[in-house]
Design a protein around this ligand. Structure first.
Ligand SMILES: *Cc1c(COP(=O)(O)O)cnc(C)c1O
Length: 350
């Protein structure tokens, strides 16, 4: 035995870069506009002297607000420190069996990291050649399922009938649906909650609510599954969301008007950017997210374009992995940022 034998070893998830100098940042799918003015107000209204107290461990007000917004009971809502925390707790809670869990070969790369760190066996299910979702691979013995819909980094949405098929055929396992991007024109699996007791839906305020910096994520499910999640959370860390995040989350969930207006703006910019890239000869997948997954024209490789954009202070995401290395993932910025991006592209493209 050595010291090293006692240490847990894991290959961590690699987040997108957060450069400290001024760049056009289209690499981590953050929202391009500021959070709702009501969020800013709520944070200003925080009484700092109250910070000596612990925050509400039940996150009651935020859970009630979300429940009302989505037509659920507060007992069906769990909140955590970003959806990464929520997903991590879900893996720990729902994937305690011995059979392998299933997720797609191309999807959010954190899933395999959580599986590794919690020693959960897993198998990947390939997307079709054109990156579309194939439910057939999920119809087999398993200890749980995770589906990211709309998917990252492909930006594509799976058909809701296919999702329902996976849920219906796997009623002995929990099916997690990661809906981080659903607000950008996707279809939610929320209606399935009424029909099936094995679905859990994961959402985040990091993308469509412009609150990546505060770390607020949530999950919806049956009372029983959400109770199991709370039992695990209270066995790890009772005080997860801090006071400012709780207050801001409530304000964000209550400002539907600002949310819809700013998301619509992103959708308009996305359609424009998609057309422009196609006119330049890019292959662009049909995005239901706040990013584009695009393959540059034959005259330049994705990797070369990524490097050249970076030299000109435009950051996009490049994955040097099988099936992905010919594409770039480009977050939708403001109109001005996207115009600058297009201008620079014109300079680079031969
Ligand atoms: C961004 C993202 C998350 C994590 O979001 P946070 O709430 O910021 O932790 C989870 N899943 C997917 C697919 C994402 O893209």
């Amino acid at each position: 035995m050595s010291l090293a034998d006692n240490i847990r070893k894991v290959t961590p998830y690699t987040p997108g870069e957060q450069p400290q100098h001024k760049v056009i940042k289209l690499n981590t799918n953050e929202f391009p506009y500021p959070p709702s003015p009501k969020v800013v107000e709520a944070i200003r209204a925080i009484n700092a002297s109250k910070l000596r107290l612990y925050p509400d461990p039940d996150c009651r007000e935020l859970r009630e607000t979300l429940a009302e917004e989505y037509g659920l009971e507060p007992e069906q809502v769990f909140v955590g420190v970003g959806s990464d925390d929520v997903l991590s707790m879900c893996f720990l809670t729902y994937f305690a069996g011995k059979k392998p869990i299933l997720f797609n070969d191309i999807t959010y790369s954190f899933y395999e990291v959580w599986a590794d760190v919690y020693r959960i066996p897993y198998e990947t299910v390939p997307l079709r050649e054109d990156f579309t979702f194939d439910p057939a691979g999920f119809i087999k013995e398993n200890g749980g399922i995770v589906i990211c819909n709309p998917n990252a980094p492909t930006s594509l949405e799976a058909n809701m009938d296919d999702i329902e098929k996976v849920v219906a055929e796997n009623q002995d396992s929990v099916v997690l649906i990661d809906e981080a991007y659903v607000d950008f024109g996707g279809h939610t699996a929320l209606p399935l909650l009424k029909k099936y007791p094995n679905v859990v839906i994961i959402r985040t305020m990091s993308k469509s609510r412009a609150l990546a910096g505060l770390r607020i994520g949530y999950a919806f499910g049956s009372r029983e599954l959400i109770k199991a999640l709370h039992d695990v959370k209270f066995s790890v860390n009772s005080y997860t969301l801090n006071m400012p995040s709780l207050a801001a989350g409530v304000a964000a969930a209550n400002d539907r008007e600002y949310f819809e207006e700013t998301v619509d703006r992103v959708l308009v910019t996305r359609e424009k950017a998609q057309e422009t890239l196609r006119a330049f000869g890019f292959t662009v997948l049909e995005s239901r997210t706040n990013f584009l997954f695009a393959k540059p024209p034959a005259s330049i490789t994705a990797e070369n374009l990524f490097e050249q954009l970076k030299e000109r202070n435009i950051y996009v995401r490049y994955f040097k992995k099988p099936r992905l290395s010919e594409y770039l993932r480009i977050t939708i910025g403001t109109d001005t940022e996207m115009q600058e991006f297009v201008k620079v592209l014109q300079q680079i493209l031969p």
